[in-house]
Design a protein around this ligand. Structure first.
Ligand code: C2E
Ligand code: MG
Ligand code: MG
Ligand code: MG
Length: 269
């Protein structure tokens, strides 16, 4: 059994070795257009395929990777692999966007737009298919510089979303100061909206605010039919959660698409 304290068992050297051995891999969680019941995007979520411990979720290594700075290498790897994988699916005729999580620390650095441009060129993916999700957690030292970096990335055609929106005290500050294309509403709102009237009002206000600011919206953590109905009622198009799918390997994702195509009657079984 792996417990949370094991996070600190890994040395920096072991993580660097894992990077070289390509033990970090993206899993993909579908994002579904609620009205069409169709997968329109996926989020890449990193996993560590540890040879002894098995498949490790980010909780077990990301905090350490973030404090040591090695997160930038992991993010770079995931970004490149995700763009390669999804470009391959595009070639098979499966259209979708791919969202990649980036630690906020990247936005402190001028290298980011160039790194993204290189990945786009190397993998051949259409920039409009790529979304970067910025997770708060690391301070942005220089707001103006970060805004410049974001705009340069957006000029490449890539979108930037604020992840876990509504959680943490600084989220409204982020929306005010940074040019996001969209938000991912934190799962705590949708998950308690059906139970608590106060929470429901907060969720409605978040959706209203996003609409007023012309932000695209994805609702995270949809686990029940009731929560799905809520998305439909609010006219909110895209949702993500265990109700539709757990994060999948690239092979699992491809199978999902073939199945979808089969159900649409485009293939003869
Ligand atoms: P996130 O970006 O907010 O990703 C969503 C998390 O919620 C994922 O956890 C996903 O597996 C989980 N999830 C999805 N649907 C549901 C649901 O219906 N119910 C519940 N309870 N959970 C759901 P995961 O994969 O453990 O990732 C945790 C966090 O680690 C991510 O949160 C993200 O902030 C970070 N992360 C993941 N991959 C990367 C990466 O490549 N780079 C960086 N910098 N951070 C990453
Ligand atoms: Mg995310
Ligand atoms: Mg997050
Ligand atoms: Mg999130």
């Amino acid at each position: 059994m792996i417990c949370q304290e094991d996070i600190f068992m890994f040395s920096l050297q072991r993580i660097e070795q894992a990077i070289l051995r390509e033990e970090f891999v993206p899993y993909y969680q579908p994002q579904v257009n609620v009205l069409q019941q169709k997968i329109v995007g996926v989020e890449a979520l990193v996993r560590w395929q540890h040879p002894e411990l098995g498949l490790l979720a980010p909780l077990f290594f990301l905090p350490f990777a973030e404090t040591t700075g090695v997160i930038s290498e992991i993010d770079g790897l995931v970004l490149k692999k995700a763009c390669q994988d999804i470009h391959e699916l595009h070639r098979l005729g499966f259209g979708m966007s791919v969202a990649v999580n980036l630690s906020a620390s990247h936005f402190n650095h001028k290298y980011l737009p160039r790194m993204i441009a290189e990945v786009l060129e190397e993998t051949g993916i259409d920039p409009c298919s790529l979304v970067l999700e910025l997770t708060e957690g690391v301070m942005i030292h220089d707001v103006q510089q970060a805004v410049r970096v974001m705009r340069e990335v957006q000029e490449l055609g890539v979108k930037i979303y604020l992840d876990d929106f509504g959680r943490g005290y600084s989220n409204l500050f982020w929306l005010l100061h940074f040019p996001f294309n969209g938000v991912k509403v934190d799962r705590c709102f949708i998950q308690s909206s059906t139970m608590d009237a106060k929470n429901y009002e907060v969720l409605l206000s978040i959706l209203d605010l996003s609409r007023r600011l012309n932000l695209e919206v994805i609702l995270e953590g949809v686990e029940t039919e009731q929560q799905l109905q809520f998305c439909g009622q609010q006219g909110y198009g895209v949702a993500q959660g265990y109700l539709f799918s757990y994060p999948l390997t690239i092979i699992g994702l491809e199978k999902r698409f073939w199945l979808e195509r089969l159900q649409e009657g485009l293939l003869v079984a």
